[in-house]
Design a protein around this ligand. Structure first.
Ligand SMILES: Cc1ncc(COP(=O)(O)O)c(C=O)c1O
Length: 441
């Protein structure tokens, strides 16, 4: 166990500046200071591989990898080279550049349902474009999204259906319906209540729960029977479960797919891909009324597309999908074994898939505990482990995995005794971390 205890104080001026100038202090709520120990200010200086360095000079082993975008490692050489080569050719032009076609072609070869491709910068752009296109294609206004998905987009159709709906008009909120994963009756109920009115069903095909009773195929069949579009949000699962995403892993093709995060090793690229007859509505060579699909100044930014092309090439070359699964499975197995031998297994829930495992800390009644999560984050960060959630990367080695298992094992012993003695809170020095989706601060 790494017993070195870090000091975070030198980060404070940088963290205070960010908080005073940027609402929320960061550009994603899940990176905000309310998600991490409040007395450990943290501003990143740089990263290399799976190591992260803060402005206080501390080194961390990073298992979160920028919300899962950095699949190969921070500052990964071959991607930097591909980006550099492209930058010197110019980064954005008045007409399409050749790399747009190169990458679009590559995606149609590897994503099973991709017949046409449109690039953007964020996952939200892609999911929201899929919703817009479905509405145009079906001439229907309602959207059905999966209640179990924590997040699909920053846009009103999604945010209006969450607890933070402030700023979204009621008429927009009323158009988003919800169904439950693995509950085909909840899907049938929506079709019964809103006949011929639902444009699309959108969901993450695989997240933490395994599909049962052929749920996804049943959902696709019902969508086709009722004239709705099936959209897979593969912003997280794409390029992770398989190179062709969860749809390749499952053998089920949706009509439209949103891709993002893992596509370009942290560079900003996302894509809407899908069936030609739907996608082409966003084009300029049909006789129907036009659909204003994605149209973004930076959608064809060449070096980001070069990063995506190089990332996909690296994944294929080094069989990196297998590496993701091995890292996650080693963590799941190692943490379980450690917790069993320390008799702390009742305080951790281990789930998810090898390529995207999940670990949650629970109290002595088996309920998810924000206190235990806060204590764990506080103690693990103090020891140089960044493990708010886990997204395996090519950069993670056996020694990184063993380090994480050691730190988690130590923390679990303390969490157990804290719950047994009723004094866990006493060992937490700052505020308890909070969920992103809450109505008030
Ligand atoms: C499943 C899923 N879909 C869509 C998004 C939105 O992606 P972005 O933040 O790039 O807009 C996210 C972001 O976390 C996500 O996890």
């Amino acid at each position: 166990m790494n017993t070195k205890i870090y000091n975070f104080e030198a980060n404070k001026p940088f963290s205070d500046r960010a908080k005073s100038l940027i609402p929320g202090g960061s550009h994603t709520y899940s990176k905000g200071s309310d998600q991490f120990p409040s007395d450990q200010p943290f501003i990143v200086s740089h990263g290399k591989g799976c190591k992260l360095y803060d402005m206080a000079g501390n080194e961390f082993t990073d298992f979160a990898m920028s919300l899962g975008t950095v699949t190969l490692g921070h500052a990964y050489g071959p991607i930097l080279k591909a980006v550099e080569a492209e930058i010197y050719k110019g980064v954005n032009f008045t007409r399409p550049s050749v790399i747009e076609g190169d990458l679009a072609e590559l995606l149609t070869q590897i994503i099973p349902s991709a017949e046409m491709v449109k690039f953007a910068k964020n996952g939200s752009d892609a999911t929201t474009a899929a919703v817009k296109l479905s509405r145009a294609y079906t001439g229907r206004d309602y959207v059905a999204r999966c209640k179990n998905d924590p997040f699909n987009a920053v846009h009103d159709w999604f945010i209006g259906s969450t607890i933070i709906s402030r700023g979204v008009p009621k008429c927009v909120r009323d158009l988003t319906l919800q169904f439950e994963y693995n509950n085909i009756d909840s899907v049938k109920k929506l079709f019964d209540e809103y006949p011929n009115q639902i444009s699309c069903f959108l969901l993450e095909p695989l997240s933490f729960i395994e599909p049962s009773n052929n749920f996804l195929q049943q959902l696709k069949d019902l969508c086709e029977k009722n004239g709705s579009v099936l959209i897979f949000d593969e912003v997280v699962s794409g390029f992770r479960f398989r190179l062709g995403g969860a749809q390749e892993f499952l053998g089920i093709k949706p009509h439209l797919t949103a891709l993002g995060k893992a596509m370009a090793n942290g560079f900003s690229v996302s894509a809407l891909v899908g069936q030609r007859d739907i996608m082409k509505l966003g084009g300029i060579d049909h006789d129907q009324e036009r659909v204003f699909l994605l149209s973004t100044t930076h959608g064809g930014e060449t070096h980001s597309l070069a990063a995506a092309k190089a990332t996909i090439t690296e994944i294929m070359k080094h069989n990196i999908i297998d590496h993701f699964w091995k890292v996650g499975e080693s963590l799941q197995k190692g943490i379980r074994q450690r917790a069993l031998s320390d008799n702390t297994i009742d305080y951790i829930q281990i789930g998810g898939y090898g390529c995207k495992p999940s670990f949650g800390f629970v109290d002595n009644k088996g309920n998810f505990s924000w206190e235990a999560r806060t204590y764990f984050l506080q103690e693990s960060l103090k020891r140089g482990l960044m493990f708010p959630y886990v997204v395996p990367s090519f950069a993670h080695t056996e020694s990184d995995i063993n380090f994480a298992i050691d730190v988690i094992g130590e923390c679990l012993i303390k969490i157990k005794s804290g719950f047994e003695n009723g004094d866990l809170q006493k060992h937490i020095s700052g505020d308890i971390v909070k969920p992103v989706f809450r109505k008030f601060n």
